[in-house]
Design a binder for this molecule. Structure first.
Ligand code: PDD
Length: 277
C-alpha cells in the first residue's frame, strides 16, 4: 500500500479516501502463472488508459509497476495467483465532488490465490441469464464503481446462473465480469471494442490465438437474438480464462455440452498461458 508491504489485515485507507466516498478509482486484475504475470504489458497499457480517462496521474512508470509486482508476487510465495491493483484519487480533508488540485493517488495491490480450472465447469459448462445492461456509457474504463455489475451478478445468482450476459439497444455488450463470444457454424464472433465494453486482456489473447491458428473469427455487433441461435457461447476473464456457457435463460446452448470450437480454443489458449510473458 503506497509503497509499503504489510499484512493484508493491517492495510487501512482513511474514510475520506475518494475510492471509498465516490468509487473514484480504477483497478486491474492480473493473473499470475508460476510467478509470472500474464500479458503484463497489456494490463499496464489498459491501466494507463483508465487512469488518463479519469484524470489521475499514473503513480509509476512501467518499470516501477513491474518492480512492485515482482516483489509483491515474491512475498506472496509466487506460483499461481491473482494480483489485484487499485489506484484511487486519494484522501483529502474534505468530501468534495470537485477534483483536488494536488492529486495524491492511493495505490493498493494484493495477491489472492487463484483457484485452478474447475473440472466441473469444463465438463458441463456454466449457466447464464440475459439481462439489460444497466451500466454507464464508459465501460471501457476499468472503474471500481461496480455497483451495477454487483447487482447484475446477484440477479444472475438468484436465477441460479453463474453470469449475466448484458444487452444494450438490442446488442450483446459483455458479461457482468467477463467478455462474451458466440459461435455459429464454426465462426467465432465477439462484440467490437467500444466504450460499451471493457477491452478484456483474455478477449484479446483469444482473438490473437484464433487468428494465429486460422480459426474463423470476427469482431462485430452481435444482435441479442443471435444468443438463442448460437451453437456455442463462451465467456472470458483473467480469473476464469475461457469457459463455456451451456445453458442460457434455462435453455441448452447448442447440444447443452461444451462445444468443439471451445475445446480447441481452450487448448490453444492453454498453450499461450504456458508461455512465459
Ligand atoms: N473482470 N468485462 C468486465 C465487465 C470485467 O469485469 C472483466 C474482468 C472482463 C474481462 O477482462 P479481462 O480478460 O482483462 O480480465 C470484461 C475482472 C476479472 C474482475 O473484475 O474481477
Amino acid at each position: 500500500m503506497n509503497g509499503t508491504f504489510l499484512p493484508l489485515a493491517e492495510a487501512r485507507v482513511p474514510v475520506t479516501d475518494r475510492g471509498l466516498l465516490f468509487g473514484d478509482a480504477v483497478y486491474e486484475v492480473i493473473p499470475v502463472y508460476r510467478g509470472n504475470p500474464f500479458r503484463l504489458d497489456a494490463h499496464l497499457r489498459r491501466l494507463a488508459r483508465s487512469l488518463a480517462a479519469i484524470r489521475i496521474p499514473n503513480p509509476h512508470d512501467d518499470a516501477g509497476w513491474r518492480a512492485l509486482f515482482r516483489e509483491l508476487i515474491e512475498r506472496n510465495g509466487g506460483g499461481d495467483l491473482s494480483l489485484y491493483l487499485q489506484v484511487t484519487r486519494g484522501a483529502y480533508p474534505r468530501r468534495d465532488h470537485r477534483l483536488p488540485p494536488d492529486p495524491r493517488p492511493t495505490v493498493i495491490a494484493f495477491c489472492q490465490s487463484r483457484p485452478g480450472a474447475d473440472p466441473d465447469t469444463f465438463e458441463s459448462g456454466v449457466s447464464a441469464v440475459v439481462q439489460p445492461d444497466i451500466r454507464w456509457a464508459r465501460c471501457e474504463i476499468k472503474s471500481t464503481a461496480l455497483l451495477p455489475n454487483v447487482l447484475l451478478a446477484a440477479e444472475a445468482h438468484d436465477a441460479g446462473a453463474n453470469e449475466a450476459i448484458l444487452v444494450r439497444d438490442g446488442h450483446v455488450t459483455e458479461g457482468s465480469s467477463s467478455n462474451v463470444f458466440v459461435v455459429r457454424d464454426g465462426t467465432v464472433a465477439t462484440p467490437p471494442l467500444a466504450p460499451s465494453i471493457l477491452a478484456g486482456i483474455t478477449r484479446e489473447a483469444v482473438l490473437e490465438v484464433a487468428r494465429a491458428h486460422a480459426v474463423p473469427c470476427a469482431e462485430r455487433d452481435i444482435a441479442a437474438d443471435e444468443l438463442a441461435a448460437a451453437d456455442e457461447i463462451w465467456l472470458t476473464s483473467s480469473t476464469r480464462e475461457i469457459y463455456p456457457v451451456t445453458t442460457l435463460d434455462g435453455v441448452p446452448v447448442g447440444d447443452g455440452r461444451p462445444g468443439p470450437v471451445w475445446t480447441r480454443m481452450r487448448a490453444l489458449l492453454q498453450a499461450d498461458l504456458d508461455e512465459p510473458d
